[in-house]
Design a protein around this ligand. Structure first.
Ligand SMILES: Nc1nc2c(c(=O)[nH]1)N[C@H]1C(S)=C(S)[C@@H](COP(=O)(O)O)O[C@H]1N2
Ligand SMILES: [Mo]
Length: 337
């Protein structure tokens, strides 16, 4: 058997490898050999890694981000061989109501958001509460690439390579008390830079709030992301810090986080508060529980157009059942949607 050790000049990305070669390498990487091959991958510098996603616009990374990028653990495989969504789609078809209700609004308007300086408050039922400058908040953690499906409750989906670190590591660090049962997240509230927070259309009671049960938050799949496509997050994707919970509908993955609170009671969350019959607290991706106004059995995988809608079947827990189904044993997912 041939195990190819990538050279420094060799792009490791599935993106830039022809599909058939990529697939064979992927199979080679499966199983027991994966660890070996991944460990053998050289650590590339920031510039080299950015080329993993040849279509990604180069970012304007703050210093702390570039410093961390060099030690990033890159992921060698895509989401079970599914193609990564083009950068252009991932950054121009967004939901971020703080910047407007249409899919193009976040890309058009989010440049008004100033992400430096940024601070994050950790409070509530924790032994070590605090307010951190973002670079200090991120400092203890190694960045990892995680290539995840993102399934919006509106029945479209993407595959996005995130850069982040497990939420569990942060939670352990701040020492939840015995009363902590949920984690509550809050987005920045700043009507000056967020036009959606000024406009009358918005039914939303700002700031945007999301939450997880503590055991969900501790699941290794849940990450806090600071980057995507080998670079820092674009503002429209929730810079400089967002949650990514890939087995739940996209609205749980709250953007531009300024506060993380450990709490005893289930937090009141934005979409559940707006339309509790349509959007639940759990919001686990579930093809067998339809939205009252549309089916959740299928999804449009972006890029998707009139002539090639690119429809696929939605998977239970968005394809992550092996990792997360045990969190919900004994729970009626029809009631707890
Ligand atoms: N603060 C905030 N976070 C948010 C939203 C939002 O409107 N405001 N939209 C959510 C929804 S509905 C989805 S599908 C995802 C979209 O993430 P993306 O634009 O990076 O693909 O962000 C989620 N996080
Ligand atoms: Mo969504």
């Amino acid at each position: 058997m041939l195990i190819k050790i990538p050279r420094k000049s060799d792009c490791t990305s599935a993106q830039v490898t022809p599909e058939h070669l990529y697939l064979s390498r992927r199979h080679m990487l499966s199983g027991a050999l994966a660890g070996l091959a991944v460990a053998a991958m050289p650590r590339l510098g920031a510039a080299a890694e950015a080329s993993r996603y040849a279509d990604a616009e180069p970012g304007k990374a703050p210093g702390w981000f570039s410093d961390k990028l060099g030690a990033t653990r890159w992921q060698a495989v895509t989401a079970q061989g599914e193609a990564i969504t083009p950068f252009k789609d991932a950054t121009h078809y967004n939901n971020f109501y703080e910047f407007g209700p249409d899919k193009g609004d976040p890309a058009a308007n989010a440049s008004s958001l100033s992400t430096e300086p940024w601070s994050v408050v950790v409070d509530g039922e924790v032994g070590k509460p605090g307010r951190y400058a973002l670079e200090d908040f991120v400092k203890p953690y190694q960045l990892e690439e995680r290539i995840y499906r993102l399934r919006c409750v509106e029945a479209w989906s993407m595959v996005i390579p995130w850069l982040g670190f497990p939420l569990a590591e942060v939670l352990k660090q701040v020492e939840p008390t015995s009363k902590a049962r949920y984690v509550r997240f809050e987005t920045l509230q700043d009507p000056k830079s967020m036009p959606g927070q000024r406009s009358g259309f918005a039914l939303i009671d700002w700031p945007y709030v999301e939450g997880l049960r503590l055991d969900e938050a501790m699941n290794p799949l849940a990450i806090l992301a600071v980057g995507m496509y080998g670079r820092e997050l674009a503002n429209q994707n929730g810079a400089p810090l967002r949650l990514v919970v890939p087995w739940k509908y996209g609205f749980k993955s709250i953007k531009s986080i300024v506060r993380i609170s450990l709490v005893a009671e289930q937090p009141a969350t934005t979409w559940q508060g707006l339309a509790p019959d349509e959007y639940g607290f759990y919001a686990n991706v579930n093809p067998t529980v339809d939205h009252p106004r549309w089916t959740q059995a299928r999804e449009r995988r972006l890029p998707s157009g009139l002539f090639s809608p690119n429809v696929r079947e939605t998977q239970m827990f968005n394809g992550y059942a092996d990792e997360v189904a045990s969190l919900y044993s004994g729970l009626d997912l029809r009631k707890n949607y």
